[in-house]
Write a protein that binds this ligand. Structure first.
Ligand code: MN
Length: 734
């Protein structure tokens, strides 16, 4: 480069810098400006020898990223400084310590997060990719600004990808579609998400992209006319009501038109709602909702609304913070057109996401939103049991899933992804509530745990201390949060059973004169065609490894003693019979359902359950209840396809059978009495509440409770405990 060229470039860099300060969305203090100046000088110095593939000085890249962060996302000075420095530790001699010394801990931590993300190997292997992605999300924990700056970094890289070799372009574009666009979407960065998607399409399917682009440009004039017609018809009515407004057209993104074409299998011309109309109005914040509906009323005076396409995101904002009123009306020329009604504030939130949200919320303690989302994300991430590919799939599903809104019994609003069930709702309230869910009521009616919720439902969760998650529950939930919680609880139980199983196995092997050690365990795992020692212990714990199998193994081990072993087999078989008897003696009664009723049943031949096995009942059309083992090969398909025909079944010891007792309680009605009473009952081990009813009459309280217990001792203890409750006068068995 000649001196003149260098001078020119320096001038351009300086101009970019001044521009950066000017476009910041937040008001910058003198200290902010000092911090940004120092970051800028440091970055210029650090990158001075570097050039980008296009040939321009490298520093233009961090400045551009900082500009996106400052203007388009609207983050603070700390983020602008971190954006300027985002490649410094990764690419130059500067260290993290330098960052901390010069800029303090926060900036250093963000730069560190960004450095770590770029050091993740972006391997071709999908599972590795997913694992990396998970690691990347883990950094969210430190500071969410890391991820936002990373998104800005990706956006600028996508914008300037021309000079990359084509195979790299496709790879980066695919990764963007897979990871960054959904993330931007979830963070409410709508504009950036759209741009990322369009840019990705440009590189993954250039011909498709160009043809749609051309056609949208061609139809621009037509669109303008349409907006003008729409505007003209509303102008006078809106003015008469003194609404300060602006009507804009919004072309749909190329990516979303493409998506529609594929989904509906139509041509560009046949995609009918290629753009939406946006009415943006100015007003004081306390008038916002009122004016939105006023505009709604004026629009629908002129154009017929489609009643099923009304979305009120003002009364219930999306979890991204998005607010607006959406309606679809039959517009000019008889075309359906979506009209989005937003105040200026709502519009800013829609375009900038959380930054705008927080700007308007200053002083309002009722934040939540982003923080809440981060907590949920964090919980899912900390769950190491979930395989990374599952995780990313679940995560992506939840990102794009539409939301529904349901109410708690107290009338609090909760948002859940569409398709969520009543059990999902329980887990969304609290993990412990989820685990203890015994039943659910929707709009006052008892429903199955798998009941799919609709917007507007009021959901109540009935819990019981005795409830624990079962494998079936995985079919009852759709949210990744509930799934991962259930899975880890099942895994815990599995480990517990396996620990017991190990002891049992040790004993059984000892009888066969074999020591339980790594060698014998490994041999058994392969002999039984299992995967891990945990599988082995678990199965023994469950009782699904037959003694005969162990003996076969012992026999194979000592081939030399074949003749001897034949005798032994006979002897052992009789011993096996004895074992069987033992079990049968203890578990002699099969009961069904929550009430543990005795019903007629048949044991199936497909898995031949024996007393003591974990089993379930399946209600057949013509043959009554058939009992299968939980691990019957047909169990999964029965549970998946006919969950409603499955009835709980369990072997019990008939000498321990529960019996029902009615208690009549009376006393003085006071606050918290019923609550205390139910708490005492559920805290008493081995007591199940079956029925409960209360009545109060002028402060006098009577209650009837039916409980089931195993013996008299338990009921005496319960009565004693109930008597101790403040206000209770009498407890009688009836
Ligand atoms: Mn970068």
């Amino acid at each position: 480069m000649t001196d003149v060229e260098i001078e020119k470039e320096n001038a351009a860099i300086a101009a970019e810098y001044r521009n950066l300060l000017k476009i910041s969305y937040q008001t910058l203090t003198e200290d902010d400006k000092k911090l940004i100046r120092l970051a800028f000088n440091t970055a210029v110095d650090a990158h001075k020898e570097q050039r980008r593939k296009s040939g321009e000085a490298y520093i233009f890249h961090p400045i551009a990223v900082a500009k996106i962060v400052a203007a388009e996302i609207g983050l603070d000075a700390t983020s602008i400084a971190a954006a300027l420095l985002h490649d410094v530790v990764e690419d130059t001699d500067f260290t993290l310590n330098d960052m901390e010394r010069l800029f303090g801990e926060t900036v250093a931590r963000i730069v560190d997060g960004l450095t770590k993300i770029s050091q993740l190997q972006s391997d071709a292997d999908v599972s590795l990719q997913a694992e990396n992605f998970r690691k990347m999300l883990l950094t969210l924990h430190d500071d969410v600004r890391v991820i936002i700056i990373k998104i800005a970094d990706r956006l600028h890289n996508m914008q300037t990808m021309e000079s990359m070799p084509p195979h790299k372009q496709v790879k980066i574009a695919s990764e963007t579609l897979y990871i960054y666009a959904p993330l931007a979407h979830r963070m409410g960065l709508y504009n950036i998400k759209t741009e990322l998607e369009d840019l990705s399409l440009k590189y993954t399917e250039p011909e498709v992209f160009n043809s749609i682009l051309e056609k949208t440009l061609e139809s621009k004039g037509e669109q303008k006319e349409y907006i003008t017609a729409f505007n003209d018809s509303l102008q006078s009515s809106l003015k008469k009501e003194h609404v300060d407004f602006e009507i804009k057209g919004r072309p749909k993104s190329i990516f979303s038109i493409r998506k529609k074409m594929l989904k509906q299998n139509v041509t560009f011309e046949e995609v009918y709602d290629k753009f939406a109309v946006r009415i943006i109005y100015k007003c004081d914040q306390d008038q916002e909702k009122f004016i939105a509906w006023k505009i709604y009323s004026i629009v629908t005076d002129h154009y017929r609304p489609n009643p099923v396409r009304l979305r009120d995101w003002i009364s219930s904002p999306k979890s991204t913070g998005y607010e607006a009123l959406h309606i679809t009306v039959m517009g000019p020329e008889g075309k359906w057109v979506e009209v989005q009604i937003r105040s200026e504030r709502m519009n800013e939130i829609a375009e900038k996401g959380y930054a705008a949200h927080y700007k308007y919320k200053q002083g309002d303690k009722n934040e939540g939103g982003l923080d809440e989302w981060l907590v949920k994300l964090q919980e899912a991430l900390e769950n190491q049991e979930v395989n990374a590919v599952d995780f990313i799939e679940q995560f992506k599903l939840n990102l794009y899933a539409k939301e529904i809104f349901v109410f708690t019994p107290k009338g609090d609003l909760k948002s859940l992804p569409k398709g969520a069930t009543s059990l999902d709702f329980a887990f969304s309230i609290h993990t412990q509530i989820g685990f203890k869910t015994r039943g659910t009521k929707v709009n006052g009616k008892l429903v199955p745990l798998s009941h799919v919720l609709k917007s507007g439902d009021q959901v109540e969760i009935i819990t019981s201390e005795n409830t624990r998650p079962s494998a079936n529950w995985l079919d009852y939930v759709t949210t990744s949060r509930a799934k991962s919680k259930i899975k880890s609880s099942l895994n815990d139980e599995r480990k517990l059973i396996a620990t017991e199983g190990k002891e049992i196995l040790k004993r059984k092997l000892k009888q066969l004169k074999i020591t339980l050690n790594d060698k014998s365990v490994n041999e058994l795992v392969s002999f039984l065609d299992l995967k891990t020692s945990l599988d082995l212990f678990y199965r023994v714990g469950l009782g699904t490894v037959e003694n005969k199998k162990l003996k076969d193994y012992a026999a194979e081990r000592s081939n030399a003693f074949i003749s001897f072993f034949k005798k032994k087999i006979r002897k052992q078989q009789s011993q096996e019979d004895i074992n069987k008897d033992e079990i049968t003696e203890k578990y002699d009664l099969l009961v069904f359902g929550k009430e543990e009723e005795k019903l007629n049943y048949k044991l199936t031949s497909c898995c031949s359950p024996i007393p003591g096995d974990k089993v379930f009942g399946f209600v057949t059309v013509s043959e009554g209840i058939k009992v299968h083992k939980n691990n019957c090969p047909n169990a999964v398909s029965m549970q998946a396809n006919y969950a409603y025909r499955i009835i709980r079944a369990k072997w019990i010891d008939s000498s321990q059978q529960e019996y029902f007792t009615d208690l009549t309680i009376s006393g003085i009605d006071q606050l918290g009495l019923v609550n205390n009473l139910t708490k005492i009952i559920s805290n008493n081990m081995h007591v199940n509440m079956r029925k409960i009813s209360f009545e109060t009459d002028d402060g006098f309280f009577t209650g009837n409770i039916t409980v089931s217990v195993k013996n008299k001792k338990t009921i005496d203890k319960l009565i004693d405990n109930i008597k101790k409750i403040n206000g209770i006068d009498q407890v009688k068995r009836s």
